[in-house]
Design a binder for this molecule. Structure first.
Ligand code: ZN
Length: 108
């Protein structure tokens, strides 16, 4: 069974800056251009050229292609809150020593 991923486009006003997040095994900031994700799999495998892209990037590509994603509007002040929250979760997951290779691995 395929794991469902929620893809969210956060749009901040008035700057109209947009940040994509994918919720699947945690919430990660994902970008298509350049391809990047804040998950441990991307950091340890994709960036080092060991393996292809993580499941979050795949989910984002799919969602953008099909136009199937949620849009959440917020104020520019909330952008910093979002980033802080996600980076804090990321730090905690590293600190707890969660297996980095497994988290974010694409589902075949
Ligand atoms: Zn990822």
């Amino acid at each position: 069974m395929r794991e469902e991923a929620r893809v969210i486009k956060h749009v901040f006003l008035p700057s109209r800056r947009a940040v994509w997040t994918v919720v699947s095994g945690g919430e990660y900031i994902v970008s298509l251009d350049p391809p990047s994700c804040t998950c441990p799999y991307f950091f340890f495998n994709t960036l080092r050229g060991r393996r292809g892209i993580c499941k979050h990037l795949r989910a984002l590509e799919r969602a953008v292609y099909w136009g199937e994603y949620e849009i959440v509007l917020g104020s520019d002040d909330e952008l910093e809150i979002l980033l802080r929250g996600i980076l804090k979760d990321l730090w905690i997951s590293f600190y707890k020593g969660r297996a980095p290779a497994a988290s974010g691995a694409p589902v075949a």
